[in-house]
Ligand binder design. Structure first.
Ligand SMILES: CC(C)(COP(=O)(O)OP(=O)(O)OC[C@H]1O[C@@H](n2cnc3c(N)ncnc32)[C@H](O)[C@@H]1OP(=O)(O)O)[C@@H](O)C(=O)NCCC(=O)NCCS
Length: 161
């Protein structure tokens, strides 16, 4: 049975490997141990038989704005609903804390479309969103796509940055 819970210090090495193996394939941003430790409270993990098989993070960026990021599922456990479940849990936590708009920057448009995210022009996201891009090996030649999901009473343009 897969259990979903907040990440703990004991999970950091597995998170580091999971994220950076995919980063080595150019699928996502690499994350240093420092970054994972500093943002550990952002992460949820999917665990089966005491093994971390997935992770994802909710990162607050600005007023009622949060990023879904560092989402990764063990290669052998993909397409079994684990990624979507983690997105749902991160969104539920965000909504409880007042988030009105979620966004993500991704090379996986099909997955986020399935999670009811809508593609938007990157320029429509606030400049603050790009803060971490300078750490990316692909900067400034990035082909990531921007996707957003808003709560019912919000449109992307409603949030002032
Ligand atoms: C992207 C990722 C997190 C998706 O996790 P997952 O557990 O495999 O996805 P799920 O099983 O929850 O998929 C939910 C739905 O999206 C679909 N889907 C999953 N990955 C997809 C993809 N790459 N393209 C299109 N659709 C996809 C599934 O088929 C499923 O559709 P369904 O509802 O019709 O059955 C996982 O493939 C992964 O770790 N990829 C490598 C790292 C990465 O690119 N992360 C994203 C960084 S933002």
């Amino acid at each position: 049975m897969v259990i979903y819970r907040s990440a703990t210090f004991d999970d950091v090495e597995k998170l580091h490997k999971l994220l950076n193996d995919y980063a080595a394939e150019g699928l996502m941003l690499p994350r240093s141990r420092n970054s994972i430790y500093e943002n550990l409270r952002d992460y949820v993990v999917a665990v089966e038989n005491n093994h971390v098989i997935g992770c994802g993070a909710l990162h607050f960026v600005w007023d009622r704005l949060a990023e879904i990021r560092s989402l990764a599922v063990d290669p052998e456990r993909k397409t079994q609903g684990i990624g979507r479940k983690m997105v749902e849990l991160l969104e539920a936590e965000g909504i409880e804390r007042g988030v009105k708009m979620f966004f993500t920057l991704t090379y996986q448009p099909g997955f986020f479309a399935k999670c009811d995210y809508i593609e938007t022009a990157k320029e429509k996201l606030p400049q603050k969103v790009w803060k971490e891009c300078v750490y990316c090996p692909q900067y400034p030649y990035c082909n990531e796509l921007a996707f957003v999901k808003t709560t019912v009473d919000y449109e992307p343009g409603d949030i002032m940055f």
